[in-house]
Design a protein around this ligand. Structure first.
Ligand code: GDP
Length: 420
């Protein structure tokens, strides 16, 4: 399951729903910047790191090798869930996942400050620096905690580098490797070691037993490190291929790829956004859709649904179907629009240009449809959908080139309908 926009599509809602049929839900990339919100029986759970399936007793939630794990945050989330009565004993973490440690957070915040006006708007959780260390072969893996000697050695080596940057580049105090090792080993290891597994083995055993495994993407297609609007992207690969590398499966194991698309689009932070709205319709989408960051509280930038991007997401992820969320947020609008092409330098373009300067210049060409002006929050079947809402969805599916399978009409677990 992957987001087809810039995140905040409401992936948590459908992951939670589809987890009902899975025996395992696997996070394959990102860190505790996910910010999924699940609403079950009127109770809201904000998850940042633990996979959404945790709320089902039959699901094994697994944090895959491609994720970066802040052990302190992980344990805080596990404690929060246990205190609210959720069984966390099934949560597993790959021994090959990399750790985010306090110096990564410090470096994240310092880099952002150093960039000034060119800042990326990261969540400053150390995720980018932890992935950078992984690429530099300076990263520390979850499994390293299991061998104290190795853990201390690796931390000394990683901090040998990080401390030089902290002290000589940013004029900060160095971090004592042994002090940090003591903290992690005392505060985190006793609980985390119960969760550490060979995640590749666990996943393949489940597949061999014929069970369904759901791979849950965090962030989204256009925040992908390779395919997003670089540099305003995340530091991992949320696109479907990331599920293969971040969990240790080959592409032949993937038999369905569901793209989550909100009925409109939002984006947090900087970067190009062709269908961005600066008018009262945009304000309406932000107000009614409560488009403020789960983790940061930042106002998201609103815009109309962009099927040029959706078609690109279909290609990048081999989407088999699309699930639409937050259709109810458009309920009160007189007319609804969706972008079907761009005009760039006088020419009509239906595919996303690779050159980002062109995306900045793209003028969206819209199809405008009449609104349905009805409350969709209680609609549970296609038959009960107002005709105009159905037309909107039909046009989206036609433009996307793949079917819409599910439509969400409210935050609750039961507020959705199967669409065909
Ligand atoms: P994610 O980052 O893609 O996982 O987005 P979230 O799961 O955090 O979803 C964003 C918010 O939208 C959450 O508060 C959800 O409860 C809410 N939400 C999800 N689907 C719907 C929907 O169909 N309608 C409404 N009104 N809210 C929804």
């Amino acid at each position: 399951m992957v987001g087809t926009q810039w995140g905040d599509e409401g992936k948590g809602k459908f992951t939670d729903l589809l987890a009902g049929d899975a025996s395992m839900v696997v996070r394959y990339q990102g860190g505790h910047n996910a910010g999924h919100t699940l609403v079950v029986d009127g109770e809201s759970f904000a998850l940042q790191l633990v996979p959404s399936g945790v709320l089902y007793p039959h699901v094994t939630p697994l944090i895959g090798n491609g994720v970066v794990v802040d052990p302190f945050v992980f344990l805080a989330e596990m404690t929060m869930l246990s205190e609210r009565g959720v069984d966390t004993t099934r949560v597993k973490v790959s021994g090959n996942a990399h750790l985010i440690l306090p110096y990564h957070q410090q470096l994240d915040a310092l880099h952002e400050r150093h960039l000034g006006a060119a800042r990326l708007g990261t969540t400053k959780r150390g995720i980018g620096p932890a992935y950078a260390d992984k690429s530099m072969r300076l990263g520390i893996r979850v499994q390293d905690m299991l061998d104290e000697k190795i853990f201390r050695e690796k931390l000394r080596s990683a901090l040998g580098h990080a401390n030089k940057v902290l002290t000589k580049v940013f004029n900060r105090l160095p971090i004592d490797p042994d002090g940090l090792a003591d903290r992690v080993l005392e505060e985190c290891l006793p609980r985390i070691q119960l969760c550490i597994v060979d995640s590749v083995d666990e996943i393949h055993n489940a597949l061999e037993r014929g069970e369904q495994v759901l791979f849950e993407g965090a962030q989204a297609t256009f925040l992908d490190l390779d395919h997003g609007t670089y540099p305003f992207v995340t530091s991992s690969n949320p696109t479907a291929g990331g599920a293969c590398t971040g969990a240790g499966i080959g592409p032949r194991h993937v038999d369905r790829v569901i793209g989550i698309a909100k009925a409109y689009v939002t984006r947090v932070g900087a970067g190009p956004f062709p269908t961005e709205l600066f008018d009262e319709v945009g304000d309406h989408l932000v107000d009614v859709g409560r488009e403020y960051g789960t983790n940061t509280g930042r106002r998201r930038r609103p815009g109309w649904l962009d099927t040029v991007m959706l078609r690109h997401a279909v290609r990048l992820n081999s989407l088999t179907d699309v699930a639409i969320t937050k259709l109810d947020i458009l309920d009160q609008l007189d007319t609804v629009k969706l972008c079907t092409a761009y005009r760039i330098d006088g020419e009509e373009v239906r595919t996303l240009p690779y050159h980002q300067s062109l995306i900045h210049r793209a003028e969206p060409l819209y199809t405008e449809l009449p609104g349905w002006k009805k409350d969709l929050s209680t609609v549970r079947s296609v038959e009960d959908l107002p005709a105009n809402a159905r037309t909107f969805l039909d046009v989206v599916a036609e433009q996307a080139g793949v079917p819409i399978s599910l439509v969400s009409t409210g935050p609750g677990r039961k507020q959705y309908l199967e669409f065909s």
